[in-house]
Ligand binder design. Structure first.
Ligand code: PAF
Length: 298
């Protein structure tokens, strides 16, 4: 089936309400484009959730309000035709690709803020980022209506923020988290991996390697927060250019376990660092994710 493309919010909303009138379930995959296997896995999960009779829609929009002034908005990879072809190949039937002035028309003044969950991890390092994400996702959810919306767990904090947003704003959307998709090497897939040179790509493997060490230590009974983060740091520090954080937090509240505190029965170990100029994220949930979640797909 050929993918239909729409760029106006009205046409997107109308196409999905028509589908619902025909009793078709809706799955929605919001993206910023530069699509890779990780995104396509979200599309396939959408198809699994709504079945052959449902409709799977995606959006491609590089959202300016979630980039800081010194971030990579201008050079963020863009390839709408390539993305449309990949989405179609994965079984997506409808693509919403709006312009910036459509999503942020002159005079718009509204921002959406989710508190507490944004206080730690990436929050302090990317001021305004989650406000930008929450704002654009609110706009998208208001168009999509009752649906499943699927997000990758690589952006674990984003997923937590969006779950809270959907609950608090009464959006009729079931937010679904999808396991991190990794390259065969173990590197978590990300659109920003395209920036990495061969040497940087090699150094980037230290993230999943460090997380594997923390995972193994936890599995052998280690519970001290500093020991777990220390294992990740020891692996990553020698090869990264800077580290924003290596934290162990409660998997739901995202409140960090400090120092010698004993981590709980479900704990997020998360890292954000720079290799060259590229900011990379990775994480694992101890006590929840299977060991295979840190190895690459063959
Ligand atoms: O994860 C992303 O690609 C973006 O943050 C999202 C959720 C599409 C909002 O712009």
């Amino acid at each position: 089936m050929t993918i239909a493309r729409v760029s106006s919010p009205e046409a997107f909303r109308a196409a999905l309400s028509d589908a619902r009138e025909q009793r078709r379930k809706v799955a929605f995959v919001p993206t910023m484009g530069a699509l890779h296997e990780g995104h396509l896995a979200l599309v396939r999960e959408g198809r699994r959730l709504v079945g052959a009779a449902g409709i799977v829609a995606a959006s491609v929009f590089v959202n300016p309000t979630q980039f800081g002034p010194n971030e990579d908005l201008a050079r963020y990879p863009r390839d709408l035709d390539g993305d449309a072809a990949k989405l179609e190949g994965a079984g997506c039937e409808l693509l919403f690709a709006p312009s910036e002035s459509t999503m942020y028309p002159d005079g718009e003044r509204t921002r959406v803020r989710v508190e507490r969950l944004t206080a730690g991890l990436c929050g302090p390092h990317r001021p305004g980022h989650f406000e930008g994400v929450a704002t654009i996702v609110s706009k998208l959810f208001s168009l999509v209506g009752a649906s499943y919306a699927i997000f990758g767990k690589k952006d674990y904090q984003q997923l937590a923020v969006i779950r809270r947003l959907a609950t608090d704003m009464l959006f009729p959307v079931e937010v679904v988290g999808h396991p991190i998709v990794r390259e065969a090497s173990g590197l978590a897939m990300s659109s920003r991996n395209a920036y990495l040179s061969a040497d940087e790509r090699h150094r980037a493997l230290s993230l999943s390697r460090g997380l594997r060490l923390a995972y193994a230590a936890y599995a052998s009974g280690e519970r001290k927060a500093t020991v777990l983060t220390g294992l990740v740091r020891a692996e990553v520090e020698p090869v990264t250019d800077s580290i924003d954080y290596v934290d162990v937090t409660d998997a739901d509240s995202l409140v960090p376990f400090e120092g010698d505190a004993s981590v709980g029965s479900r704990a997020l170990v998360a890292i954000a660092c720079r290799i060259g100029k590229t900011r990379l994220l990775d994480n694992v949930v101890l006590g929840e994710d299977p060991a295979t979640s840190l190895s690459g797909s063959p």
